[in-house]
Write a protein that binds this ligand. Sequence first.
Ligand code: SDX
Length: 378
Amino acid sequence: MTVCEYRPGLEDIPAAQSSISHVDGQKGILEYRGIRIEELAEKSTFLETAFLLIWGYLPNRHELAAFQSEVLNSRRIKYRIRDMMKCFPESGHPMDALQASAAALGLFYSRRDLHNPIYIRDSVVRLMATIPTMVAAFQLMRKGDDPVKPRDDLGYSANFLYMLNEKEPDPLAARIFDVCLILHVEHSMNASTFSARVTASTLTDPYAVVASAVGTLAGPLHGGANEEVIEMLEKIGSVENVRPFVEDALHRKAKIMGFGHRVYKVKDPRATILQNLAVQLFDKFGYDKYYEIAVELERVMAEKVGNKGIYPNVDFYSGLVYRKMGIPTDLFTPIFAIARVAGWLAHWKEQLAENRIFRPTQVYNGEHGVAYTPINQR
Ligand code: SDX
């Protein structure tokens, strides 16, 4: 066996073989099961795309209807989960609440049956159905309100927005939200998916797989960047302040949130679609001054660091879309998780099909043969 050199962040090192999605970072192309993201964003729905990713093909009418109704009928959460969430501090981050709640679900379904396709399907349905309910429930309970029950006559995205705001969403907003979920659902071997696959490889249950991935997604270098983008745009405050802000940040070698990517060396195709979605929302519901700041930031960044391949990523424009829908900033990353859970589960299923536990090596750079020093001699 050839011994590989150590690469920090495992850059360019394949961690799995996968047929779920493909990223061409030079051309800015993203495909789910071979289908371009632009086409899915235009023609598909989130649940259909999730089916495609998890089962590997586009469902026919009957299969899609069956999957939709299974998910819609599984959206209620157990009262004990709700009561547990009520005890969470309202000042806590909703990603932490989600991670704890996803892990707690496993307490109710502790019998693992990883070779049984019915167990796999039930777990997929349960996690995809209850995660949005848990996110919305925590949002209402931290404000002191009771959670709103899911509405059976509303689709996946419309129902989530309804549970969050206690009113039926505008149809355009619901469709745009659904497209956002399509754009966030899967992205090859990103950090949270890697985390999900490592956890899956131990043959633990899918609740632990999702909980570990949620924890990984939360960090500001990954999914958490979407919240920081909005905070940064608010801090910049005006178009005139953009250039000095960028120059100062680059001088300090600080990272500009929502820019850069390990794989993309051009603008992330999801950022382009999200930018268009934001504009559609502004056309209908009124302008947002932070959009102009974002566009100027993109322009100045292209001028300063475009030659290094640093362009907007998926997290750059998503926050402007969610903000226009009135969603609180600290729910942006949980919404990323609502989408990505389907991607994680597709990888869970793929990992189980040809499992071998992850156990990489390391380059040991410590000492050998060190004598033990008794405590009174230290
Ligand atoms: C996601 O992997 C995925 O697929 C993730 C994701 C998904 O769908 O799952 O696409 C979602 O996580 C998007 C990324 C969200 N994170 C951010 O927006 C945080 C800001 N971005 C960076 O921290 C960074 O670009 C990363 C984390 C996204 C990528 O990190 P890398 O590949 O380890 O790159 P690096 O930090 O080693 O940077 C390489 C160079 C450095 O310059 P030099 O030291 O070589 O001169 O690029 C510079 C960096 O300083 N650089 C940036 C920058 N990103 C990279 N400089 C300023 N601002 C930035 N954002």
